[in-house]
Design a protein. Structure first.
Lengths: 227, 791
């Protein structure tokens, strides 16, 4: 028996100026599932992720999350949803350089109104779980790339999201660090029951997923979704 | 050899600046724009001396040469009357001409002499008269428009002026007769205090421009540093990368010079379209002094290289990236204080040495001292911001983001507000000087504008005509009350005393009781009463004995000059006896009181029934007019009536105080400069903020991705602007008060008001709000998800 999709997109269109990024893309994600979105550069992978996460509003199509139509939500409602239900890991430029690592991880909690001390305590716990508790008081500029990505993963998980969106999370790391980050991300998400949408062009990274789809020319070509 | 290496690296950097792809080009354009604004302002400042000098030249060229008296009429002479009228707070200058013959010289700006009853108008006056706003003024100028006055006859394109050909000027007109135009009116030398004010103002207004230029050459520094790291990877050594970086800045600065020259060229074309505090100039008059322009053009590129090299001292550009000293070098305080102390050391000895009676000051220590003091304060700011933000605790997320950002990199923020520190410090010190000097340069006129607002006087009127004038003013809309008297003279009759060529005389004023009360404290008054008014020698007037020698109760006085000069205007044969009048026995002696113009009058005051007014000699009709404040344009309606009665009548707006003209023009200049400086500071802050935001585009997008509210980031931007500005203003308040005290003491003056800094702080707060508001659209645009795209 298959459960109903937690996140489902149908017929997504999105263009940046005259350039189409998505052209009728479909997608679905079940709770706790890890899906790798693959495809060549410029195929629309990241745009699909941004649409699914409610960061970008598609030009056409629908996105249903837990029974709610994401495309019909206001910017404020989508922002709120991203704070509470989603977590994010990007390739780079995601940690606030002036905050310490603990403060970076605590940031989503604080944005949700949690007190600073409590938020930072939870942040430090997550840093320990991702084996980077030693960098809690350091700033992103003072740590390595691999440590930075683990901090980013901790920040994505700290709010106990239902979906984690990871866009090329290992793109800036060497293979060893990349492997470690991926294993920590998938282990932690499985522990917490979070689903993961993983954009990557590396088969090695995609191997951590339960399912792979390929985006080409703005369409999901090899969707293995249950209708 | 070394020079060649430098040239090669600088040229390489310059090439990167224009060929480094879109981001590099954008950075160069940003620098060029910032530098361009600064250069344009410097060129405008360098043009001010010539511009103001040209205004004087223009004023001299069109003035009728009054250096020698033109005695008789000739075909090429003319009678003239040069007077200004006021229209809704604007001055309308006028030159009335009446040629004596058929070859009068052309007034400057005219292509042909206007015919009788015609006038030539300045373009601005023509526009005003053609518009509905000028309807009331049109009534005052009963001449046909014959043409336009050219720029040779105007001091600025916005000047309101007319030159009219009239036929009513007689030999008694106060300006007289002329034969040519062009006379350099000797200027009064400025006193040392005003020079001090001007010198300090120049320093405090121009220093922020240089600070801004220095800030502009560092725009986009972070992006550039990443590019330099790539150069290190392919073999450039550290000094070479610094020189290449300097070359990049140099390219931006040189491009900025071009932009600045272009902006200046455009701005000077519009010089005529703007009037800032009555200053308005023809584009051809806005020409920078060559030496000052050259100084600006050399300083800017040199400064760009020096600033970049200095800025890169704390940055290690390594092949694998840029390492900003992770534990930034602790800023040292001593050399910053040394600059301040050096400035103070030059200024403090001036205390008590600048006197209002002198006309020059030793400008070198003033300029050097002020520059060192202000630069010292500017360099103190990064130390203060670093020390200040280090102690700040985290609070809400927006505050935390701002504080942490400032703690990590306080230098950028400090640089951004350094212009404000200089401008605010200077503004506070200048305000203190102004306040102290204002009392010396604001002269009480003695007038009482609560009693009347306009005074009017015209020669050659009889008492009946004076009555008619009064009635005419009384009928004028907006006139609440008009009080008029006719002023003649009373002479002591009889033969001349030995050794005198004229009989003793005293003024005789005839009017109703209400009008007479404006001149003296009358105990009681009714028609038929006469008073002798004594001023007790006030305002340099005659002793009381000289009055009472002519006029006292029961005395007989002559109502016309008993011994008129042979060429005098008295219309009476010299051998006919003058009409006599006996002052009533009940004539009271009263004390004078200042009339509404502030003058103590003396002599005889008579009510109409007391004297046969038909016997009075040539008289002067005087009116003082109280306006109804509820009636719009009441003053202009009264001025129209005055002009209709006699275009050469004396009309004065009554004010309680009058500001010294030189002081007023210095204040005007400083206000113009301050406005431009503040705008520049705001622009500088805005560009810096936008530039920082642009550098953080990806980070902002990722923050938005995980749900950060716009308001959180907006508040963060506000705090990031507000904290350094608040610290900067605190420093400026302390520095400004200190500088102000030293400069005041130099002139032996006392501080008038210690709270003088409050408006400056208010302006600072307004700048914070303005910059934050103007940067919000960019912030929101950068918060879009586009920033997350990598392809």
């Amino acid at each position: 028996m298959t459960s109903a999709p937690l996140l489902r997109a149908t017929g997504l269109d999105k263009a940046y100026g005259p350039t189409p990024a998505l052209a009728g893309a479909d997608f679905s994600l079940r709770a706790g599932e890890v899906v790798a979105v693959m495809g060549p550069s410029g195929s629309g992978k990241s745009t699909l992720l941004h649409c699914l996460a409610g960061i970008v509003r598609p030009d056409a199509g629908t996105i249903a999350y837990d029974g709610r139509d994401l495309t019909a939500l206001s910017d404020r409602e989508r922002s709120s949803l991203r704070r509470t239900d989603f977590g994010f890991v990007f390739q780079f430029g995601q940690l606030v350089p002036e905050l310490t690592c603990a403060e970076n991880v605590a940031l989503p909690l604080r944005l949700n109104g949690e007190k600073r001390r409590a938020a930072e305590a939870r942040a430090v716990a997550w840093l320990a779980r991702l084996e980077v508790d030693g960098v809690a008081a350091k700033r992103p500029g003072e740590i390595s790339g691999g440590q930075g990505q683990r901090v980013a993963v901790a920040r994505a998980l700290v709010t106990a999201p239902r979906v984690i969106f990871a866009d090329e999370p290992t793109g800036a790391l060497d293979s060893l660090n990349g492997e470690r980050v991926m294993s920590l991300l998938t282990e932690a998400s499985r522990d917490t029951g979070a689903a993961v949408v993983l954009v990557t062009h590396e088969a090695r990274v995609a191997a951590y997923s339960d399912r792979e789809i390929v985006v080409r020319d703005g369409r999901v070509r090899d969707a293995e979704w249950a209708a | 050899m070394k020079l060649r290496v430098w040239a090669r690296d600088l040229a390489l950097g310059a090439r990167f600046a224009v060929s480094g792809g879109r981001p590099g080009l954008l950075r160069t354009l940003l620098t060029a724009t910032g530098v361009g604004f600064g250069v344009a302002l410097l060129l405008l400042a360098a043009s001010l001396p010539h511009m103001l000098f040209q205004r004087e030249v223009r004023e001299s060229v069109r003035a009728v040469d009054a250096s020698r008296e033109v005695t008789g009429p000739r075909p090429d002479t003319f009678r003239y009357f040069d007077r200004a009228t006021t229209y809704r707070d604007n001055v309308v200058s006028a030159l009335l001409l009446q040629p004596d013959g058929d070859a009068p010289p052309l007034p400057p700006g005219a292509t042909a002499f206007p015919r009788p009853g015609e006038m030539l108008l300045s373009p601005a006056l023509r526009d005003l008269l053609d518009s509905p706003e000028g309807a009331l003024l049109r009534e005052r100028l009963p001449y046909e428009v014959a043409g336009t006055l050219g720029k040779d006859g105007l001091i600025g394109p916005a000047e309101l002026r007319y030159v009219a050909h009239v036929d009513f000027l007689d030999t008694g007109n106060p300006d007289g007769r002329g034969e040519r135009f062009g006379w350099s009116v000797p200027e009064e030398p400025m006193n040392a205090f005003l020079i001090l004010l001007v010198v300090v103002a120049c320093v405090v207004l121009l220093l922020p421009v240089l600070v801004f230029v220095a800030t502009a050459v560092r725009f986009g520094g972070e992006q550039r540093d990443r590019r330099l790291a790539a150069l290190r990877l392919v073999g450039a050594d550290a000094p070479m990368t610094r020189r290449i970086a300097a070359g990049e800045s140099l390219a931006g600065a040189l491009l900025g010079l071009l932009v600045g020259a272009g902006l200046f060229a455009v701005a000077r074309q519009f010089a005529g379209s703007f009037t800032i505090w009555d200053v308005n100039a023809f584009p051809s008059d806005v020409v920078p002094l060559p030496a000052l322009a050259a100084l600006a053009l050399v300083t800017v590129p040199v400064a760009s290289v020096v600033v970049t090299l200095v800025a890169l001292r704390g940055v290690a550009i390594e092949p694998l990236g840029v390492v900003r000293a992770s534990a930034p070098r602790r800023r040292r305080l001593w050399w910053r204080l040394l600059l301040l102390a050096a400035g103070a050391a030059l200024l403090v000895p001036l205390m008590g040495r600048v006197s209002v009676t002198e006309t020059s000051i030793d400008t070198v220590p003033v300029v050097t001292g002020t520059v060192l003091f202000l630069i010292g304060l500017t360099t103190l700011l990064p130390w203060l911001v670093e020390a200040g933000v280090k102690r700040l605790h985290t609070g809400p997320v927006a505050w935390q983001l701002a504080v942490r950002r400032l703690q990590l990199s306080s230098g950028t923020a400090a640089r951004a507000v350094s212009g404000i520190v200089v401008a605010a410090t200077g503004a506070i010190a200048l305000q203190m000087l102004f306040q102290a000097m204002e009392k010396d340069f604001t002269l009480p006129t003695g007038g009482d504008s609560s009693r009347a607002q306009i005074a009017f006087g015209v020669h050659g009127k009889t008492f009946d005509e004076a009555r008619a004038i009064n009635a005419r003013f009384a009928r004028t809309e907006g006139v609440a009350e008009a009080m008029s008297v006719v002023e003649a003279h009373a002479w002591r009759p009889g033969p001349l005393e030995k050794g005198r060529d004229s009989a003793p005389a005293t003024p005789l004023r005839v009017g109703d009781c209400a009008s007479l009360r404006e001149f003296a404290a009358l105990p009681a008054c009714r028609d038929g009463d006469v008073f002798v008014v004594l001023a007790h020698g006030a305002q340099g007037g005659p002793d009381d004995e000289r009055i009472t020698a002519v006029a006292r109760a029961g005395a007989t006085v002559a109502l016309r000059d008993p011994h008129p000069p042979e060429d005098g205007p008295e219309g009476r044969p010299a051998d006919a006896p003058p009409p006599l009048w006996k002052l009533p026995a009940g004539t009271k002696t009263v004390d004078s009181r200042p009339d509404p113009t502030g003058m103590y009058q003396y002599g005889v005051l008579a009510t109409p029934s007391a004297v046969d007014t038909g016997l009075l000699g040539e008289s002067y009709a005087q009116s003082v007019i109280r306006l109804d404040p509820a009636v719009p344009d009441a003053a202009d309606r009264a001025r129209n009536t005055a002009a209709a009665i006699d275009p050469t009548a004396w009309v004065k707006d009554l004010k309680d105080t009058e500001v010294d003209a030189a002081f007023s023009s210095v204040r005007t200049g400083i206000l113009v400069g301050s406005t431009l400086t503040m705008l520049l500071v705001a622009a500088s802050l805005l560009v810096t903020t936008l530039e920082q935001l642009r550098d953080r585009k990806r980070l902002l997008s990722s923050l938005v991705a995980f749900g950060t509210r716009r308001s959180t980031l907006s508040w963060s931007v506000l705090w990031q602007t507000a904290v350094p500005i608040a610290l900067g203003l605190a420093l400026a308040v302390a520095g400004g008060l200190g500088l102000g005290v030293v400069l005041l003491k130099a002139g032996g003056q006392q501080v008038q008001d210690w709270w003088v800094f409050l408006p400056v702080v208010g302006i600072g707060a307004a700048l914070i709000a303005l910059v934050t508001l103007l940067s919000l659209p960019a912030l929101w645009r950068l918060m879009r998800a586009d920033g997350l795209r990598t392809e």
